[in-house]
Design a protein around this ligand. Structure first.
Ligand SMILES: Nc1ncnc2c1ncn2[C@@H]1O[C@H](COP(=O)(O)OP(=O)(O)OP(=O)(O)O)[C@@H](O)[C@H]1O
Ligand SMILES: [Mg+2]
Length: 605
């Protein structure tokens, strides 16, 4: 299976699949424990149906008034008593049309909160689900692409309500009512022509729109591409500058935009076919009905008023159909968008809590790796038969060349990934038997690369403990040797750190991360090159705080600078994913192995 394949969201699916997505909206339209919303949906539905009857009915009043005017004898003034009947008919026509607008607005008023509720619920559910998905998924996905899937999915819900439920659906209902009315009031031939033209019209629209869809799809693809390129390039703003690659980036973007433009032009020009064909069918139908009506009038089977009524009704039915091509395409697109969003919701997180997984609660902090084998990709083993034990409260250092798999150990302990073989135990319990949430609560980390939220320094530190008091925050900031720096800033703890924390220096970011980890006060602390970005003076002063922090808890210290880990209870030398040796500083030096060699080298430097 190619990389990342299992996470691909379906782009093109059968209609039945799309309809299934649509019906997944039902629980939001008819939310279980929200009787108020149910009532709103129900009334909105009734109003929609009633509105169609009224719309079809209105032209009959006008038709009747035309006949009344034609047959009128002796009426000289419309407001005379004989004319009042005609006035009533005309008022009926205008009044009913006005009422139909009132009804449609009332429906909008009733239904809008339901629609909004549906959008918000689905958006929140998707967002929450994305956070449940595992690290691997997020490393493989483009964040910009993901947020667009949600954004489009939400928009599609609104669109489907608006068009399918309140536009196309009611129009078809209107056609059915009109057909029956023509049949009953005039003759079945009118019903037949009306329905046949509309059916033909719909068929033609669907077929031609389907043909045009490939241009449209192309357009969307290019649009997404251009967008992803733009976002990626803007995120890497600094890198672009380092390499003076502005022109390269711009031409890449322009290339994507050119593709979009080409597809957009094809899409627009092919629209003519649809418009011309639609207009032909619509007017042909109308002409056929008018000719038939004229003949019926000659035969004395129909009045001029009826001819008026038929025209008005048909105009009314045709009017919303004008946008059928657009609506069909958008509905299809909306169904696809929605299906993509639901596909996201359906993705199973790679790392899942086992059935019956229990919260771990308070831990002493014993950590044990037993014959752990691990790979990110099946064809490339990363950890090979790694075993070691850390007793509660011990400080264990992991050293080794770059790429040896040191940071991988911490990702496994956090259970961002599941291992291929062996087991990882915390307090003697397999971490797969505990909930991920409770496991992560007892581990704290200063990661190798700190990324901060685009918010204030205070927010970023207190992220470890929502609701932490200012004095708690300042205490850990002091321990991390960053309080004085923050206090000297014009905005102090309210200073914004910029996107990903880029407005802070590497060392400042790292100290924010240390403060944050200290605030979490975990039973197990992982320091992954926690002081690598600091000068040796700052490093020394932080070292004390870190050692103090490590004293009463289990800590796993990953370090390149070996001088910082001399006093560790145990040192693990890792190479190519294998534990090469384990021992104390003195013991390993005596062994004259990998650690001794690394130590020699650093002494020379
Ligand atoms: N998400 C990933 N997918 C595939 N391979 C990965 C992934 N993350 C890390 N690797 C690979 O796993 C190996 C071990 O990575 P790890 O980050 O554990 O190294 P490390 O010992 O911490 O190195 P350093 O000292 O440079 O931080 C590396 O060769 C790396 O390329
Ligand atoms: Mg690392």
């Amino acid at each position: 299976m190619p990389r990342g394949r299992k996470y691909d969201t379906p782009s093109e699916q059968s209609l039945s699949y799309q309809l299934k997505s649509f019906f997944r909206l039902w629980p939001y339209l008819w939310p279980k424990d929200k009787p108020g919303y149910k009532l709103r949906t129900l009334i909105a539905f009734i109003l929609t149906v009633a509105g169609q009857f009224i719309l079809v009915g209105a032209p009959f009043f006008l038709g009747r008034s035309v006949d009344a005017v034609k047959d009128a004898e002796g009426i000289t003034h419309i407001l005379s008593s004989a004319g009042l009947f005609i006035v009533a008919l005309i008022l009926g026509y205008g009044g009913l049309r006005f009422v139909s607008v009132l009804i449609s607005e009332a429906r909008e008023y009733l239904f809008t909160p339901v629609g909004q509720f549906a959008q918000r619920s689905v958006a929140t559910a998707t967002f929450a689900h994305l956070h449940k998905l595992s690290l691997r998924y997020h490393l493989e996905k483009r964040t910009g692409g993901l947020s667009r899937v949600i954004e489009r999915g939400i928009r599609s819900i609104d669109f489907l309500f608006r068009f399918l439920l309140f536009n196309i659906g009611p129009t078809l209902l209107q056609l059915a009512i009109a057909g029956v009315a023509f049949w009953v009031a005039y003759s079945w031939q009118f019903a037949l022509i009306a329905i046949a033209t509309v059916v033909l019209y719909i068929w033609f629209t669907v077929v031609t729109t389907e043909w045009r869809l490939k241009f449209r799809r192309d357009m969307n693809k290019q649009d997404t591409e251009a967008n992803a390129k733009a976002i990626d390039s803007l995120i890497n703003y600094e890198t672009v500058k380092y390499f003076s690659a502005e022109n390269f980036e711009t031409s890449r973007y322009d290339g994507a935009m050119a593709g979009y433009q080409k597809a957009a032009i094809k899409s627009r020009t092919s629209l003519a076919t649809v418009n011309i064909g639609q207009s032909f069918l619509m007017n042909a139908g109308l002409i056929a009905m008018m000719l038939l009506a004229a003949q019926f009038i000659f035969d004395g089977k129909m009045t001029i008023g009826a001819m008026t009524t038929i025209t008005l009704v048909m105009m009314q039915v045709y009017r919303p159909l004008n946008i059928l091509g657009f609506a069909y395409r958008e509905i299809k697109q909306a169904l696809t968008d929605m299906e993509k969003m639901f596909a996201l919701l359906d993705l199973e997180p790679e790392v899942k809590d086992r059935a019956g997984a229990a919260p771990i609660g308070q831990v002493k902090g014993a950590v044990s790796f037993q014959n752990v084998n691990f790979h990110y990709e099946p064809d490339r083993p990363i950890l090979k038969n790694v075993s070691f034990d850390i007793a509660p409260g011990e400080t264990v250092a992991v050293v080794g060349p770059t790429g040896a798999g040191k940071s991988t150990l911490s990702r496994i302990l956090f259970r961002f990934y599941d291992i291929a073989a062996g087991s990882v135990l915390v307090d003697g319990q397999d971490i797969r038997d505990m909930t991920q949430d409770s496991l992560r609560q007892v581990i704290g980390i200063v990661p190798q690369d700190t990324v901060l939220f685009n918010d204030t320094i205070g927010y970023n530190i207190s992220y470890a403990k929502p609701g932490a008091t200012q004095s708690e925050i300042e205490a850990v900031a002091r321990d991390a040797q960053i309080h004085d720096f923050i206090a000297a800033l014009p905005d102090g703890y309210d200073t914004k750190v910029g996107e990903r924390g880029l407005k802070l220096s590497g060392g400042e970011k790292q100290r924010v991360a240390i403060a944050r980890a200290l605030l979490k006060d975990p039973s197990i602390l992982i320091l992954d090159e926690a002081t690598s970005a600091l000068d040796s003076v700052t490093e020394n002063s932080i070292q004390e705080a870190l050692e103090a922090a490590a004293r009463n808890r289990t800590s796993l210290v990953i370090a390149h600078r070996l001088s910082t880990i001399i006093s560790a209870d145990k040192i693990i030398a890792l190479k190519d994913g294998e534990v090469e040796e384990i021992g104390t500083h003195a013991g390993l030096l005596a062994k004259e192995g990998l650690y001794a060699r690394l130590w020699e080298q650093q002494q020379d430097d």
